[in-house]
Each structure stands twice: as structure tokens, then as C-alpha cells.
Ligand binder design. Sequence first.
Ligand code: PEP
Ligand code: MN
Length: 346
Amino acid sequence: MIIAMKRGTVKEKIQQFAAYLEQRGVKIHFSEGASQTVLGLVGDTTGVDEEALRAHHLVEKVIRVQEPYKRVNRLFHPEDTRIDTIGPDGEIRHIGAGYLGIIAGPCSVESREQIVTVAAEVKQAGAGFLRGGAFKPRTSPYSFQGLGNEGLTLLLEAKKETGLPIVSELMDIHHLDAFNEVDIIQIGARNMQNFTLLKELSLCRKPILLKRGLASTIKELLMAAEYLAAGGNGRIILCERGIRTFENYTRNTLDLAAIPALKKESHLPVIVDPSHATGLSWMVPTLAKAAVAAGADGIMVEVHNNPETALCDGEQSLTPKEFGDLMEILQKYAAIEMRSIGTDKL
Ligand code: PEP
Ligand code: MN
């Protein structure tokens, strides 16, 4: 960070100001011109409040050289981060650093029969993780809200029967205890900037699947991830799930450019959810392929035993057969790119 002091500021005031900054954990490099002094802040500037500096009466200009996200920044961690989970079947599954994570399952857990059947089918097709919402963020209070704790119990049964690790959305920190055996906690688009929730989750050690907000920028997504990492939880998977634009042919607009952008800026794995991005099941395989071709570290796809009767998001859900066909193609894509969908057996 570079701070240009106001012209004519006396040396003594500048020294006091520099001492104040040093207390915030940075070193100061002074550059004294004929009428103006410029301070270069070296080191970790996370303790420095940029807004407050801009408002300071001695400061003319503040220029940021580095991004405000530090822990999730690739500059601070050049290698790709890999997220590992161990399923009850004893297989270690990876997401990132050359491994594609394939997460599949229904939007919501609806019944034991539904979740156990679809879990077996997506596993058979090659999915590495089972998804299923128990607590659902619905636009209307009159829509199906998910089965809550009962949904999690059923999801755990499907986990036990198939051996697949599970992914489910947490909306309220008070539910955290019930997520004890959930392998990856999903933070949905609507909660991406729920900073209280992010701070609480930064204290837990489970991987967090952080979905991009409906109208959030790439930087805002990275800053949300920074909240998790700053509190001590660096096990983060970023998820592009489409953003709001003027286009309404699709439910959202899939921002494919976010994949290389996020991967350039951050070392964290980036996956894509083509289901919520499009809202149209027929478009999902095409965009899943595009996401993998654009460098995504995996996909999360909604799959329902019978999309026509789904209690939530049936229109965007693949049938198990359609998912199986997609997996066959993704296996080929992965092979061409020398990436692996596979797992390491213990
Ligand atoms: C979901 O994955 O079920 C979901 C609600 O997604 P999003 O938060 O991206 O809308
Ligand atoms: Mn859904």
C-alpha cells in the first residue's frame, strides 16, 4: 500500500503518522520529495483500515498495490490447494490440484427412498460426493423449506449405504451440531456475505463450499472466503453458480470467466454449479463440459430420481441416466487434460 501525504505536512506529523501505522504491524519505507512525502507500507496490511486512511486529514491519496485478500491469494500460496475428504467407504476423495470433484444429488432430501436410491445411482455413475439440501433457502415462505434435521438424518443414511461423503447447506449457525457428520458444509449464494455466519464457520475445521452470491463480484467472493481463512479455516471450495444479469432466458448467467479469474487470483479449488446457473436441465451437460474445459476443479449437479415430481428445482435436475451420460463424457475430458476424477483407496 502506498500513501501520499498532503503537500507541506511537517516532518514531525509524518513521523507520528508512521508510528501509528507501524503499530498496526507494517514497516514503512519513506520517500521524501521536494514538497511531498510518500510512504510505502511493507508487510501484512490487513491490520490497516484503508477507509480510515483515506479519511485522514494528513493523507492525500492511498494506492493499493496488493489485493485485500491475503490468505486466499495465490501470491501468498502459489500451489493449488487440494481439499481431501475420507468417505465412510474408506476412499479419500480430492477436489483441486488436478482432481475433479463431482458432487451430485437432489436439490432437497425428500424421503428415505428418494435419497438412498438417487445416492446409489449417482455413485454408480461415478460421482464422488452426494449433495442434498435439508435446510432450504426458498424465495417464498410457502414453498417446501426442506425436511430440516430429518433431512440430514436421511442424508446420513444414504451416506452410510453408499459410502459417499455428503454436502449439505447450512443456513443457521445454531444448526451446526446437526452437521457433525456432514463432510462438506455448503454456504449458499444468499449467505455468501453473511459475515457473522462466515466468522463462526471459520472456527470449524470442515471444508466449506462457498457459493458466489447472486449479485456478487469475484472480489467479493474472494473476500468472503478470506473471512473463513482469516479465522483459521482454509479448507474452502469456491463455487460459481451463475449471477443475476438482464438475461432471463436462463435462471442466472453462468460466468465462465470467473473460473480462470478465481484460479488466477486464488489457490483455492473452483467448482461450477451449472444447475442453478441455468435452471434448465437440458443445458446442464453442455455447461458442465464448458466448466471443466475452462479449468474448473469440479462440478455440482442436481440429479433427481424423477425430476417431474421433485419438490424443488425439478426443471433443472438431471435424471440419473442423463447424469451417467454426462459422467462418461467428463471422464474423457479429464483424461485429455490428465486430471483425475478418481480417488485414492486407503
Ligand atoms: C443449492 O445448491 O441448493 C442452492 C440453493 O444453491 P444457491 O445457493 O446457489 O442458490
Ligand atoms: Mn436447488
